[in-house]
Design a protein around this ligand. Structure first.
Ligand SMILES: [Zn+2]
Length: 351
């Protein structure tokens, strides 16, 4: 198109030339040259304004039409066949490029639980899933906690306002021992077939704690249960020792000291010899040579009886340890709160 006004003709020539080189053709409509023409219009004498304005508008329409024609051309292209193989003979820089992305990773606790479970599978245990809401019976009643017994106060956790059929509030389990009754019930037929009950139960538990580097309101435990004929505390110690030797890949000693749990008799706290300093004393074991891991004991006859197992014929043991504590020791993590924090800086160290 030819323009009478020399300023417009000159601008049209510049913009038409530039248009062919532009990747995004629509940019031409925002060019400073076009804007300059609009600015000039404001300062023209009234008798020149009409003609200048009309030609300027024609130029703008011409550019809009060119942009639209280019878009139509793109729309008319056939769709890309994404299933077509690319030519592998072309140079590497011509291969299709994948978009970069941040890949997620498994949480370190899940990785560690799998490692621990794998050891117990090889020792003949099966795994049972825990639950994150339970009732008073499984939390206390089935575990030989009498009503209003002060031992219940050691398990200060969270409760729902909703109640079960007995009028008791539902409970966020404070330990994985809530699963003991269910496991004993489910596998007691093993005993009739002369096979042991051997189960481990990983699960998330909850406590009403004052939070600090060592205490979290939410953490993981691994419960273990073993029942058969003639089982004694020596079997318990041997089982824990076999697991720890395998986990740390070296000979670990076990130390127990008497403790009290209503659901085991006798009850112990157990500690393992420090795998990091071989008991010479280091900052991980607080220079003591021992690392406390959890509680254990022989299952109380009342707990077996409650589940319909005759304690005169069968005996068994159970234990529970905190999984975070184990992972903190393994990787020298200084604060338990990192695990539930969702901090990517922390999590990416394990990916
Ligand atoms: Zn140590």
């Amino acid at each position: 198109m030819s323009y009478q006004n020399s300023r417009i003709a000159e601008t049209a020539k510049i913009l038409t030339e530039r248009l062919s080189g532009l990747e995004n053709k629509a940019e031409i409509l925002r060019s400073i040259e076009l804007k300059a023409l609009f600015d000039e219009l404001k300062y023209l004498p009234a008798d020149k304004k009409a003609e200048f304005g009309q030609e300027m508008n024609e130029l703008r329409q011409e550019l809009i039409a060119a942009v639209k024609a280019d878009q139509d051309k793109d729309d008319a292209l056939p769709p890309i066949d994404v299933t077509a193989p690319f030519d592998s003979n072309v140079s590497q820089d011509q291969h299709p490029q994948l978009l970069s992305s941040e890949v997620g990773s498994k949480h370190p606790l899940m990785t560690e639980i799998e490692t621990v479970l794998d050891i117990f599978y090889r020792m003949g245990f099966t795994a049972v899933e825990s639950r994150e809401i339970d009732d008073d019976f499984h939390m206390f009643g089935a575990l030989n906690f009498p009503e209003d017994h002060p031992a219940r106060d050691d398990y200060d956790t969270f409760m729902t306002t909703q109640t079960d059929k007995n009028g008791k509030q539902f409970i966020a389990p404070a330990h994985t021992s809530t699963m003991q009754y269910r496991v004993l019930q489910k596998y007691k037929k093993n005993l009739e077939e002369c096979r042991p009950i051997a189960a481990v139960i990983p699960g998330r538990v909850f406590r009403n704690e004052d939070l600090d580097a060592r205490h979290e309101h939410t953490f993981y435990q691994l419960e273990g249960i073993y029942v058969a004929k003639g089982v004694h505390a020596g079997n318990l110690i041997a089982t824990l020792k076999t697991w720890l030797n395998s986990y740390f890949g070296k000979e670990i000693k076990i130390m127990t000291q008497p403790f009290y749990f209503p659901f085991t008799e006798p009850s112990f706290e157990f500690a393992a010899s420090c795998a990091f300093c071989d008991q010479k004393g280091c900052n991980i074991c607080s220079q003591t040579g021992w690392i406390e891991l959890g509680g254990c004991g022989m299952i109380h006859p009342n707990v077996l009886r409650e589940a319909g197992i005759d304690p005169e014929t069968y005996t068994g043991f159970a234990w529970g340890f905190g999984i975070e504590r184990l992972v903190m020791l393994k990787y020298n993590i200084e604060d338990i709160r990192h695990f539930e924090s969702g901090k990517l800086d922390f999590l990416r160290q394990f990916s």
